[in-house]
Design a protein around this ligand. Sequence first.
Ligand SMILES: *Cc1c(COP(=O)(O)O)cnc(C)c1O
Length: 391
Amino acid sequence: MPGYELIGEEEKQAVIEVFEKGGVLYRYGLNDKRQNIFRVDEFEKKVAEKVGSKYCLCVCNGTAAVKLGLIALGVKAGDEVITQSFTFVATVEAILELGAKPVICEIDKTLNMDPIDLEKKITNKTKAIIPVHMAGVSAKMDEIMAIAKKYKIPVLEDSCQAMGAKYDDKYLGTIGAVGAYSLDIGKIITTGEGGLLVTDDQKIFQIAREYSDHGHECNPNLPRGEDTRTIWGFNYKATELHGAIGLAQLKKLDYILEKQRANKKKLKEELENISEIEMREIPSKCCEAADTLIFFVDSKEKASKLAKIMVSKGVGTKNLPDAINWHFAGTWTHIFYSYPEYSGRNLEEFWPQSTSYLRRAVAIPIMVNMTEERIKEVVKIIKNSIKEVKV
Ligand SMILES: *Cc1c(COP(=O)(O)O)cnc(C)c1O
């Protein structure tokens, strides 16, 4: 929870300033009262500049950003959208909200979309592909983009967990047609709740923006009450508080990434040579968000036992294995049992490769504020816990 770790005086001042300069919490209008300060607009502009996208839209949460991206790509009821077995349930909920069918692709040793299985899952109903950059690490974007191009299917990058991370020299979220970031409490930077959509495509941005605001076109020549529209939508707007806090957090993004990368490097170097564990594969040479270190042990039983021992010694895990039920499609009977082909079956059998990796995975949170002593202590606890599991 890197952004949350650094919530402090800067965010507090940013909020106070909104109140001192008119107290307009709504993102539009009342120009004089707010002294022409528009924090959400400013935040969107700064995020676009940072990641190098032409457009950015700030909305009320990351799930809404994913859904708006799919709407803008033209996904409709009955269409198929491919995403990966390891993701937060929100990705699949965004697909379901549109009446589209989630088609779940295996992950590989990167714990992200397996390009080989992706190609097998494409049908003539596939309208979008959503690779998810889980725990700050990119999917194999070269391979995924090549397949997407071959079949002419747009890619939405669910980068909710990977703001600021890169694949080679491009920021995650800016490689496919559209990208989404989350600003919830667990993410790289946070506004409590919040989401961002980024794209270079004016049309995608326009549809997402209008849909997020009841179809409002924000016609500059008309007051809001007389605004024009061509589509209906919903309300996913962000408030000025999102904008103000987001701007304060964005200033800390580089520091967060730098610290996490350094801390992860130290931890990884100490653990890499332990023969009982194997590290997750990282596809890009550079620039993961580095808020999590994930490794595999050789059985499901060992993974859960190891996690238990580590927790008892004061090192918690992050989602794997503790919250696997919220992050692995193989556990989502509440979703897949409504489809006849899955109904009543053990879902893990549909994704054996994913099951094998995820059930053997242990994820360690990397904190921004980790002292040298704490890193050493964590290493020691992990090493001792591994020894204990063996006997
Ligand atoms: C957090 C998250 C989301 C949803 O974001 P919210 O802001 O919590 O709605 C979507 N996808 C992934 C992979 C996430 O981790």
